[in-house]
Design a protein. Structure first.
Length: 257
């Protein structure tokens, strides 16, 4: 068989491989990252599984495992995400990936309302060392978890550090908002860019004899939001009971701060 025929056969085989339905093409981390950026977390999870099935090098495998945990977190599969992050946190990770894993652990614990464990995850990250560019986000998360324990003074210290030391960070608008607010727990049940929608929800809640009100706030892009909250409570347990009651009515209740 001459070289010309071999060349044409090779071209045909490659065309079949890439174009025919059902042909297996190995996914790469770039595909996983693209799916996550598009918000296709189920697709990202499947692609990350494909990467692992291809038995990649250790660093690539670690990133794929992280993306599995992140996809689970974004799909509100908090317990599954927690398990995924815990599986890789003790591996020899690079600085940036270790930060991401511990921040993922915090988010999973926090959303499961396991605040002691959430705080411990960040303290462990700080003990091991974090990059300066991650500190604004870490301080913001520490402020949030300290608020859950009603440790208002410590929370305010972290928020002030953000405003003072990281004035251009994405966390600054939210930090300034929290610094201006009074110290109590509430339950947030909606956030709207149109005030009339927020007012309609407030009226609906008041008909159920709930103490509902609107808080105006902005974000890093100078967009205004009208947030509907219920209650002004001194104890976290009271806020948790209120959240459970509102959730039974079908509201997407979340304790604030």
């Amino acid at each position: 068989m001459n070289a010309s025929i071999l060349s044409r056969l090779s071209a045909i085989i490659l065309a079949i491989f890439f174009l025919c339905p059902g042909t297996t093409v190995w996914a790469g981390l770039a595909d996983v990252e693209t799916a996550i950026l598009k918000g296709d977390y189920a697709g990202a999870r499947g692609l990350a599984d494909d990467v692992l099935a291809n038995q990649p090098q250790n660093q690539e495998a670690q990133k794929a495992k992280y993306y599995i945990g992140l996809s689970q977190l974004r799909q509100a599969q908090y317990k599954e995400a927690l398990e995924s992050f815990n599986k890789i946190k003790n591996e020899k990770l690079g600085v940036q990936l270790r930060e991401r894993v511990y921040l993922g652990l915090f988010d999973a614990y926090y959303l499961l309302e396991e605040y002691q464990e959430a705080d411990a995850a960040l303290q462990e990250l700080l003990k091991e060392g974090a990059k300066p560019e991650a500190m604004s986000l870490i301080y913001f998360k520490l402020a949030k978890v300290n608020m859950k324990f009603a440790r208002w003074s410590q929370a305010m210290d972290y928020l002030e550090k953000i405003v003072r030391s990281f004035p251009n960070s994405l966390e600054v608008p939210a930090a300034k908002q929290l610094l201006e607010e009074k110290h109590y727990f509430a339950v947030q049940v909606g956030a709207f860019m149109e005030r009339r929608l927020a007012e309609a929800l407030v009226d609906e809640l008041k008909q159920k004899e709930e103490y509902a009100y609107i808080i105006e706030s902005g974000d890093s892009q100078n967009r205004k939001f009208y947030r509907v909250r219920v209650g002004q409570l001194a104890m976290l347990k009271e806020a948790q009971a209120l959240k459970n009651r509102l959730a039974k009515f079908g509201y997407p209740a979340q304790i604030y701060p």
